[in-house]
Design a protein around this ligand. Structure first.
Ligand SMILES: [Zn+2]
Length: 115
């Protein structure tokens, strides 16, 4: 049975909650870790590395979180599932895999090629 838009919305709302929780965790960790308070150079190096890794992870999560929010707003506008670039309906299979997708597969691959 193909997934319904109502089900996709439910999944997006869950995803938003989950991301919000994870973002809070990472941000708390980054704050608490701090850098430069270690007695050993080796530890300090590891901490810097870990903090950078946390920060890039947080950045990626924030990006996804924003996309999820935008997708949820589209339910209210009635534009959910419509490609932002060409206006075509995004394939349900694609939305099932990536419910926050803003572009159809064609437009997405074109955008990735341009990068
Ligand atoms: Zn498109």
């Amino acid at each position: 049975m193909p997934v319904t838009y109502a089900e996709l919305r439910r999944r997006l709302e869950e995803k938003r909650q989950e991301l919000r929780r994870q973002l809070d965790d990472v941000q708390r960790e980054v704050r608490e870790d701090g850098v430069g308070y270690s007695n050993h150079m080796a530890d300090a190096g590891t901490e810097v590395f870990e903090q950078e890794r946390d920060l890039s992870l947080a950045k990626r999560m924030q990006h996804t979180y924003r996309n999820v929010e935008v997708a949820l707003e589209k339910f209210d506008d009635g534009t959910y599932g419509i490609c932002e670039s060409c206006g075509a309906r995004i394939e349900l299979a694609r939305l099932e895999a990536v419910p926050e997708a803003a572009y159809c597969l064609d437009c997405q691959s074109r955008r990735e090629l341009r990068r």
